[in-house]
Each structure stands twice: as C-alpha cells, then as structure tokens.
Design a protein around this ligand. Structure first.
Ligand SMILES: [Zn+2]
Length: 332
C-alpha cells in the first residue's frame, strides 16, 4: 500500500502521478479496473471537519479525484454485494459503521477490513436527533459505537478515529465533543439521495456524477451500503467514473494499522438462490425503524416476528429490504 501524508500540507504531484501509475493495472483479473490511485492520511489535527455540504473545509482532493464512503452498515446481503463490486474494481473506500449493526454482523466488519477498506464509526444506535442530544447521550452514542465496532473487528487498531454524525445532524455540542476526542468529523461533499424511497439505481448514478461534476469534479461522496438500489447502482457508477477519467482516493488514519484481523465464519446470510437474498439475522427495532421486504423475513426473536408481521402488511415496490435510517433526510 502506498501512503502519502497530505495532512501536513506536502502534496508531491510527481509522486502522486507515479503512485497512480504504479497502482493502475494492478488489479488481478481486471486490467481495466478503476482501481485506487492513492491514499490520503487523515487525522483530526489536520482535518477536524470534512465536507463542503456543511463545512468550509474538506479534503484536498485534486481535479477528478473522488473519495467514496458508505454509511449505516454492515447489512447482508447488500454489504456483501458492494464488497464484491469494490473488489472487482480494486476500489478502496471508507465505511462508517453503526455499532449495533457491527455487533450483529462481526463477520462482515472483518471482511470489510480484510478487503483493505477503512472503517470509521457512525454511533451505536443511529439516533435521528443527534443534533438535539445532550452531552451524556452524545458521549454514550459515540463511545459505545466505537467500542462495538472495535469489538466486532477483533482489533481496536482496525478502527479509524473517523466519525460521521447520523443524519449529518450536527450541533456545536457534538462538534466540540468529537474534537475533544480527536475524532475527525466527516460530513460529505456530495450525496446521491440513495436512501430515498423508490429511487432507482440509474438515478443514484446520475445524481452522484452530476453533483461530483458540479463540485469541481471532485469530492467525498456519501452512499449507504444497506440499500439494494445502492448495491445495484455501484457497478455502473464505478464504470462511469472510470469512463470520465476519475481516480479514487482512499482515506487512512495516521498510525499503525494491523495488516488483517482474524476472520469469522459468515453465518448471518441465509439461503441460496441468488441475489437479492433473504436476510436471516436477529434485528432489533431499536436500530431499524422500518423494513420493507418483498420476500419473507426470517424471524428469530419476538421482536423480529413483530417486525415480520408488519412487513407482511407493507408490501414494497422496491427490491427486498430498505432500512429507513434516512428518514431524517427525506423530511428535509
Ligand atoms: Zn447514517
């Protein structure tokens, strides 16, 4: 892995070009892969707040450089599908995992890390009112989220000190707390509205590309690895980025990262029969506000049985599960 510390303000254009050339064409089995052109080391001292959607500061990406991020997971089978797509293109991204989800699917957390991606956190329960929460709850959500993801990863060093606020619901209190913990606060430069109900994969691709182009042909893109439409859009999005001459940059934290973490058996994804598959796992209504499911949800707990019963009443037009983490956004 090639690493560049851009955070200290040294950006050696020649070295970046050399790195891009060295890494291009190094994707096994796919000589035309989009690939990952370079890494950028991010720490809170150099980059306390990232993302022009909410802040004056963002990462110093060059022309036609994008940094891709995925929020709210992990969740099979969509996280699996997205990891497959990223691997086929040798694209490395940054995940902002929800603690409760990481606890439910530790095998996927480890697969994400061992696939070479970066893992940050996104609170324990993804509360929608982050911007109105008092300090004790902010502290609890942030700290427990980090603890859960670290435990799921099996090595605390595998989790970067990167935090994205649920729903991007910022407040001065949240920002001050994150700064006090030396956590880099990630907003975004672009979103693709992939949490909107009924959005199509083609619409996600178009919104992502249009907004990246409108922001000076660069940016930190926010997607979600829990939505089927996002999983379906990703191959076309990466193809179009490649066709338009974009390069992918991966954010990495400062300091030592383990080369890998011990793998766990993938026990959470159920049933054969092709993708999209049925989710067979213990889910709690505390994190998951609403699921729409075309096929049968396999319930293990009483809470899941209730959820499954409500799902049976709400037939979805979209394919399989849609988690309603984005409700706070849809209402804007
Ligand atoms: Zn989120």
């Amino acid at each position: 892995m090639y690493k560049f510390v851009v955070g200290v303000g040294i950006l050696a254009a020649g070295l970046v070009a050399a790195t891009s050339m060295a890494m291009a064409g190094s994707c096994p089995g796919n000589p035309d892969a989009l690939g990952t052109s370079r890494t950028i080391t991010v720490d809170a001292a150099a980059f306390p707040r990232i993302g022009s959607m909410q802040y004056k500061t963002t990462l110093p990406l060059n022309d036609h450089e994008v940094l891709i991020t995925f929020d709210d997971g992990p969740l099979p089978p969509y996280t699996n599908r997205i990891l497959d797509t990223l691997a086929s293109q040798c694209v490395k991204v940054t995940y902002f995992l929800v603690g409760q989800m990481a606890h439910a699917y530790p095998d996927l957390v480890r697969r994400i890390y061992n696939s070479g991606h970066t893992i940050g956190t996104h609170s324990q329960h993804h509360p929608f009112n982050f911007g109105e929460m008092g300090l004790p709850r902010i502290e609890s959500e942030v700290d427990r989220g980090i603890a859960s993801v670290r435990a799921a990863a099996g090595d605390p060093r595998a989790v970067a000190p990167f935090f994205r606020i649920p729903g991007l619901a910022r407040s001065r209190q949240v920002e001050n707390f994150l700064a006090s913990q030396s956590l880099a606060l990630w907003s975004a430069d672009e979103v693709a509205d992939d949490w909107f109900r009924g959005i199509t994969p083609a619409q996600i691709v178009r919104k992502a590309i249009n907004r990246i182009e409108a922001k000076g042909h660069r940016g930190v893109l926010l997607l979600h690895d829990i939505h089927p439409a996002t999983a379906m859009a990703l191959p076309a999005l990466l193809k179009e980025l490649k066709a338009k001459g974009y390069r992918v940059v991966q954010a990495v934290p400062a300091g030592v990262r383990p080369p890998s973490v011990p793998e766990l058996p993938a026990s959470m994804v159920a049933e054969s029969g092709g993708w999209p598959r049925v989710v067979k796992a213990s889910l709690t209504t505390g994190t998951i506000k609403q699921i729409k499911h075309k096929r049968h949800h396999v319930a293990k707990t009483e809470a899941d049985k209730e959820l499954a019963a409500s799902l049976a009443k709400k037939k979805s037009k979209s394919q399989t599960a849609t988690f309603d983490f984005g409700a706070i956004w849809s209402n804007r």
